[in-house]
Design a binder for this molecule. Sequence first.
Ligand code: GN1
Ligand code: MG
Length: 366
Amino acid sequence: MDHSAAAAEQFKHRGEISTIQALGNGNINDTFLVTLDAGNERHFVLQRINTHVFRHPDRVMRNIRTFTEHMQERLKCEPPAGGRRWEVPRVLLTGETRDHWIDPDGSFWRAISFIHCTRSFDTVQGSSHAEEVGHALGMFHRLLSDLPIARLLDTLEGFHITPRYLHHYDSVLIRGDSVKRSPEMEYCVRFVEERRAWAGVLENAKARGSLLLRPIHGDPKVNNVLVDSQSGQAVGIIDLDTVKPGLVHYDLGDCLRSCCNPSGEETESWEGVQFQPDLCRAILKGYAPQGKAFLSGADYAYFYEAVRLIAFELGLRFFTDYLEGNVYFKACHAEHNLNRALVQFKLVESIEAQAPSIRSIIGDMR
Ligand code: GN1
Ligand code: MG
């Protein structure tokens, strides 16, 4: 049963609900824009959390409270330079002052404020947009860089731990051993095999103590960055469920793999997917001034591996989900996750083919 209207009622404090529309195209949660007919804030964002993925939604809400308070405190002392906007979504409470509502079917609903006069894009619109995306991720990292990681809970165990995804992939592949493979599946299986030995590169550096855990966003893809509708400047980052301790490399890698593929992760023309170094340069130009405040020499040394790895990891996650029957990512058709995997693997090939120039762009960041 659809409980979105009842859920919206819980979080609305003034006026009546005019409309509830699907918002964005997230692969995990269901997101709606609720519009009211009165009050100062006419819109809010309502979400049903996928509790098969986020098994502890209470931890998600705790983390959001912890880091938004931290960010707000820092912004009081150091407001954004140059008259820029930087906004942090607020968690809305129900009439009973709770930060969530459980519907009669047991689904977990929560609401956050809508950041006005902003928009987001599924693909990068050009180098100035790319620079803004980089700036947003840098701001996010810098403002949280002094939040002790012990204050953040783990909202998604194993998230971005590539060797764990490989381990799961292996068990899924064994289960489906008797299934006849298409040429695309054969390509993916070979692709993973050829890179298996390298897949621990970030986790090994972490285990050696070369890379440190810090608060990360977890999912800074291009459409999670809000830009001001007038100026085009970045205003904030949304989709905060995966904020937890991690390597900033997961974030920078995810941001670059998402933004430097102008055809987007949903394109059906996967053969033509390319990584655009010029967009990479623009993102790092936006990120670097913020990053200088907290990055170490070892951090820079692993950024190339990060972009290659996170594209590979996402391809692996999509491919595994295809083999498993689309149990994790929402899919519009049976081959959807296979197509998404092929997009990421082609992107990895393009990254590998341009390794020297990407490394040199990263070198120029310092
Ligand atoms: C998922 O649900 P969404 O679209 O915000 C996924 C990310 C992937 C992304 C790929 C919790 O994010 O890790 O990078 O799809 N989120 C989770 O589009 O697994
Ligand atoms: Mg997300």
